[in-house]
Each structure stands twice: as structure tokens, then as C-alpha cells.
Ligand binder design. Sequence first.
Ligand code: PA5
Length: 442
Amino acid sequence: MENLKLFYEDALLPKDRILKTAEKIRPEIERVRNAISRGYDDDRASVNLPDDEEMLNTVKSVIEEKLSLEPKYLIIIGIGGSNLGTLAVQEAILGKLYNLMNPPIKVLYADTVDSDLIGNIMKIVKPTLKRDGNVLLNIVSKSGITTETVANFRILLDMLRKYKKEYKDYVVATCDRDSELWNLAVKDGFTTLEIPLKVGGRYSVFSPVGLFPLGLLGVRIENLLKGAKRMRDKCISTDLERNPAAIIASIQFIHYKEGKNISDFFFFSSDLESMGKWCRQLMAESLGKEIDRNGRRVNVGITPTVSVGSTDLHSIAQLYLGGPYDKFTTFISIRDSRLHLHVPKMDGYSDLVPGIDGKSLGEILNAIFEGTKEAFRKDKRPFIEVSLPDKSERSIGQFMQLKMIETMYLGHLLNVNPFDQPDVEKYKRETRRILAGKKTAQ
Ligand code: PA5
């Protein structure tokens, strides 16, 4: 397995300072190590998912069972941590244009409550249902009571029931065991897949939340887990210099403390845009906190942004290279793309852009990437580079595991709980009140 590489010479921080900060992470490294021996009893439980063979076998048998129904569509009904990881991996591995490439099973995501979105999903799948073709619904909700997910599920289930007598066979509910949704799903005869209790939404991509839909679409989920496991073992190393999660968390923390409160994830790969959104949620929801671990009001948080190279160089690079010095950048690059296209030689065209005749698009993108880094360097804009060998399952597994453990370490340095999201409740409470037709409490 080729390894993910980390370069941090341009972080604009001396190595001894980074390592001094990393020293502070040792107690948390210890806690993650202990969590590995404690199964699913700890908040850090997601680090055990790559080893969980029982879970993998359960997911694989449900995949096999549902594949035998020969579905033409899979509709994933879930939001936030319940769908962002799946979308990120699906696009990274199968490509952003996957649905347009005539795959055996197309995938649609029902996340927000938007009549146009859900109505269009129904328009897309109805011809298949009318022809007696099959459509699978995978409702994914840890709590089982998320407004958007439940509303969308009820609409889509209602549609399925109208077309399929055996509709129960086509529904998979992924949720906490014994939650209200779980009990309802069991009562109604749907297939259920369990999310281990202590594995929170944004840390759940390697649980049935991500594994079932991804495996169904043909992603090699064992390899995803192998990549994750390899990275996990590196990220619990007490040799701090060789622990990429500890190094990145330390660099990010120092820059945050020095006023760089924006962290840009700059992906030089179009298929990784949704991976950026997954990273954005992981960082924002885990680290943006009002109250610290000692109960003090701190209002901390790093604002994550996502950029895609080279596309966004044409939209936002002016700000990055000319604007305030308030950002720290992580470039994410891919060493080997899947396809290798070359610019053909053509009479009369050579002078439009000199130097690209016969070059591959990869070489051109790389030149743009090198040029971008050089411009950042000259302007003293701090950055690190995470270089993935390719967009294979193993590489993507490594990357996502790195980001999750790094987030735990950053939570430790910032002294906040990276596993909860108490303030999201504020809007949820208000929404429930409005939907129930109640007045605001004075
Ligand atoms: O990461 C999280 O915990 C959240 O983003 C949740 O995944 C999101 O709010 C959806 O919640 P649920 O899975 O309970 O429907």
C-alpha cells in the first residue's frame, strides 16, 4: 500500500516549536490508544471501526441480499454526518460524474427538505418503478428523529409503497439500535443496520452509515478500512515526528492561536470537492464550541473553507494572495490520476498558451499547483501539503482517518469536546417549536 505523505516545510513554523506543541497531545494519544482496547465504550470509539470484522460481515451480507434485488437506484436519505462521508467517498472513488456513466446502480441523495430536490428525485426514479424496476431506500439517521430525514423518508416511502407490494424488502434503516426509528423499522419489517452507540455522525463513515451504500455501489470497502487502519496506527504513534495527526493538529493550533482563524482545505482534484465538505463539517462541528471542557465560556472555533484547484484559482485566489493574513491552507494533492489525457498538437494553436503541446492534463495541473505553492511561499502564506498516492479506497481511507484523529487532537489542544454539537440543538429546538405551532418562551 502506498502511503499518504505530509509536507510541512512551508508551515512557517520551526520544527521544535511544532514538536513542543505536539508534546501536549500525548495524553490524548494515550486516550485514543486505550479506546482501541475498549471497543465501543469511549467517545473515540470510531477508531475501532477499521478492525470490526463482525460489522463488516453484517454489512456485506446485507449488500449481497439487496444486490440480489437488482436495484437500479439507491436513494440515501440522511443529512450531515449521515450522508456527507458517503458522498465524499463515492465521488472520490467512483467520480463526480458517476451517475452519467451508466452504472448498474445510480445513487441519489435526499438531504434537505426541498420540494424541488425531492420532487426531482421522485421524477427520476418513477419510470423505473413503473416498469417494475427496483429502487432501494437507505434511511440513515443516528438519532432517528432528524426533521429533514424523517420528512423525506415518509414522502419517499409513500411513493415506494404505491409501486411495490413487497416494499419492505427495499428499505434499509441505518440507525442506533433500540432508537425509535430502529423499533419502527423492525416492526415494519425493514432491514436494519446498527451504528455503534458512541460513534457520532461525523465520525461514522467507516460504520454501516458509509459502508452499506458504498459497498452496494461497488466501492471496495475492505480496502477503505485497510487504509483507515494503517493510518490509525500511525496516528497513535508516540514518536511524534512520525505521527501525522499530531503534527498537523499542532501546526493548525499554533496558527489559530496567532490569529489565523480560517483554515482552507484546498483540493487539487475535482472529484474531491465533496471530501472538502466532509472536512468542513468535521472541523466546524467538532471544534466550534461555546463552552470548553472546564465549563468556561470560550467561543472558540476555526472557520473551515473549501477550495478546488485549479477551478477556484479563478474565483478566490485573489483574496488568498492579496487579502488579509488570516488563513492557514492545507493543500491536498493526488500523485496519480486515473486517466491520462494529453493535449494534442494542433496547427495554429501553439501560441495561444505556449508550453502545453503534447503535455498531459496531469502535468499541466501539476504546473499550476507548483505555481500556486510558489506564490504562497513568496507571499509568506503558511501551508502544508497532504499528498495522496491516488484516489483509491486505501488512499481515501487513510485520508479520512487522518482527519478524524487530527480533529480529536485539535479538540484536546483547544480544550473542547470534539464529539458533541450542543449548539446545533438551538436551531433544532426552535424548529420543533415552530412546527408544533408553539410561541417562543420569554
Ligand atoms: O455529525 C453529526 O453528528 C451531525 O451532523 C448529524 O449527523 C446530523 O445532524 C444528522 O443527525 P442524525 O444522523 O441523527 O439524523
